[in-house]
Design a protein around this ligand. Structure first.
Ligand code: NAD
Length: 346
């Protein structure tokens, strides 16, 4: 399994493979870049088909965290950790403490946090073995759930995208399709409803979908039908790699802006969106609200007002990206990558 010649290898600073026989831990931590600060990124626990898939994921996700933190103007680098395990079956306190020891062995170069497959309770177990855990809430008993901040950041991103893509300064009267009404999607739906948008919602969790649709008077559709919805905006808030050629060709929306990580199935999908005249808000710019809040928890002077003001700067960053994309006639995703690299180099 090549590492330095891997297609997702991007001069990552450190890639650590860790195992623990007693607990069955098999994990990889990738530190992509620490020029701006320690590498913060979540711990994904997933039953990867093999270590090659786990390596691909951790290389790609850690690089994404570097770019996300750089564009959110945070004093952080990018890192990510993966455990090859089924979170529903294999997660034990011993496994998580062994993971904590692996994180600790990096001396704070990598700071872990929740991600898919890992919960706040898991982070508390990991913290028994290392202090390098974030996003646990500032007070004992307080939830560290960053999703309300992520949702507010996506809402701010949407206002920028609507301005640049639809020439409108209000969301009132717009139709928005949301794929996934979980932690972030549900908060986002409520913000949009309050702003006067009408909603088309979907989720594979029918109960959650029915509940939210009733609360907001929203239309609900089957998961696959969301791509054909007659809407102005599409907000992917479920899983990654949703924007493939077939989906892009079906979309009626003129703007795509959501919370999901790695929305583009392949990087060239950014050009396809651009060619179809669909304005795409780069995912890692739009969904940075959560990491902004998590980073503020590490500062000694956390206030909700300061965090919200920082999250709202996502709108300014996107304004800059969209303006440059228009001027240079290239996709916003390419501009975002360029801007992140410029910030890293300075
Ligand atoms: P979540 O698990 O709470 O919600 C995801 C929802 O999507 C669930 O309700 C799930 O049933 C639904 N879903 C899954 N597959 C689907 C499908 N095929 N069609 C329709 N619905 C489907 O997760 P979340 O915390 O709300 O995060 C949503 C996305 O945003 C994820 O991609 C996550 O990586 C990303 N993200 C989240 C945060 C955060 O603060 N939570 C921050 C940055 C990025």
């Amino acid at each position: 399994m090549p590492v330095f010649d891997h297609p997702e290898f991007d001069h990552h600073q450190q890639i650590v493979f860790g195992s623990d026989e007693a607990s069955g831990l098999r994990a990889i931590i990738a530190i992509h870049d620490t020029r701006r600060g320690p590498a913060l990124g979540g711990l994904r626990i997933f039953p990867y088909a093999g270590e090659a898939d786990a390596l691909t994921d951790v290389l790609r996700l850690s690089r994404g965290m570097t770019y996300k933190s750089a564009l959110a103007d945070l004093p952080l680098g990018g890192g990510k950790a993966v455990i090859i395990a089924d979170p529903r079956r294999d997660k034990t306190p011993e496994l998580l403490r062994a993971m904590g020891r692996l994180v600790d062995s990096l001396g704070g170069g990598y700071i872990t946090a929740e991600d898919s497959g890992s919960s706040e309770a898991d982070m508390r177990l990991i913290r028994e073995a290392t202090p390098h855990v974030s996003g646990l809430g500032r007070q004992p008993g307080e939830s560290g759930d960053p999703s309300p901040f992520t949702a507010w950041g996506v809402f701010c991103a949407l206002t920028s995208a609507v301005h640049h893509g639809l020439g409108r300064d209000t969301l009132d009267g717009l139709r928005v399709a949301i794929q996934g009404v979980g932690h972030v999607g549900a908060h986002l739906a409520r913000h949009l409803h309050a702003a006067g948008a009408s909603l088309v919602l979907t989720d594979v969790n029918r109960e959650a979908l029915a509940h939210l649709a009733e609360e907001l008077g929203a239309e609900k559709v089957a998961p696959d039908a969301i791509f054909d919805a007659e809407v102005d905006l599409f907000a992917p808030c479920a899983m990654g790699a949703v924007l493939n050629a077939e989906v892009i060709d079906r979309l009626k929306a003129r703007v795509v802006c959501g919370a999901a990580n790695n929305q583009l199935a392949t990087p060239d999908m950014a050009e396809r969106l651009h060619e179809r005249g669909i304005l795409y808000a780069p995912d890692y710019v739009a969904n940075a609200g959560g990491v902004i809040e998590v980073e503020w928890q590490q500062r000694g002077h956390y206030t909700r007002e300061a965090v919200m003001a920082h999250v709202e700067r996502i709108r300014d960053t996107l304004d800059e990206i969209f303006a440059r994309a228009t001027a240079e006639q290239i996709s916003p995703a390419s501009i975002a990558d360029q801007l992140a690299r410029e910030r890293l180099a300075s």
